[in-house]
Design a protein around this ligand. Structure first.
Ligand code: NAP
Length: 197
């Protein structure tokens, strides 16, 4: 938790733990309708979405959602002239609670939807991380879900290191080899618990 906020992350990754290719583009091989349906339903229940300047969930309901868009181009909090329910946020200058309050949001789920640096910022803080894996896709040289992901360290290894533990794996799209595992924070299980936000 961050104050009154429950912190939940959402990502779909390739078998090698990537969320995008080396150019920062999310390839079709890790886009999946069942995962999109899950994500869009979950985001409808979030109080606020949090993401970097190059990430966006899309879909018809996206314009209605309240969101904080991370950028270092402002000092703390600023309006986003292109989106009425969005604010630009620099965590170095304002807390999540301060930024969300400016959107009229005081509690609930803060949905963290990437990309890599934003997933990393919240690693010590996730109450849950919903990790979808597209087992038939690989993106050599791509952008990892967490910066620590490497041939010797999977996204699961990173989540364990930060004190989360896996729930039951769910088949979202068996034909495509797409599975969903929700990881939950287990108190006192973290090897690293320093607060970043
Ligand atoms: N597969 C998935 O689940 C998934 C999820 C998310 C994204 N993606 C894909 O990943 C790609 C983009 O990801 P990305 O990692 O390149 O970009 P990103 O995190 O969306 O955006 C990076 C930008 O966000 C800002 N930012 C990040 N961390 C910050 C911090 N701590 N403080 C202040 N500002 C911060 C910076 O903006 P400024 O430059 O303005 O300072 C930075 O340049 C896209 O292709 C996207 O579709 C995939």
């Amino acid at each position: 938790m961050v104050g009154p906020f429950r912190i939940e992350g959402y990502a779909i990754v390739s078998a090698d733990g990537m969320i995008a290719d080396s150019a920062g583009v999310m390839p079709q091989t890790i886009r999946n309708d069942a995962d999109q349906k899950f994500l869009q339903t979950e985001l409808d229940n979030a109080a606020v979405l949090v993401h970097g300047r190059h990430s966006y969930e899309g879909g018809s309901r996206a314009p209605q959602r309240k969101r904080l868009i991370l950028t270092r181009e402002i000092a703390a909090i600023a309006p986003d002239p292109s989106q009425p329910h969005a604010l630009l946020w620099n965590p170095a200058g304002a807390t999540l609670e301060q930024a969300a309050a400016r959107l009229g949001v005081d509690d609930g789920i803060a949905a963290i939807i990437g990309g890599t640096p934003v997933f990393a910022l919240f690693l010590p803080l996730y109450d849950a991380f919903h990790l979808t894996q597209a087992a038939q896709a690989s993106i050599p040289g791509g952008r990892p879900v967490f910066p620590q992901v490497s041939p010797g360290m999977t996204p699961a290894d990173v989540l364990i290191r930060y004190g989360l533990r896996p729930g039951r794996q769910r088949a979202l799209d068996p034909a495509a080899g797409v599975t969903l595992t929700t990881w939950q924070r287990i108190p006192d299980a973290a090897e690293a618990t320093a607060s970043a936000v």
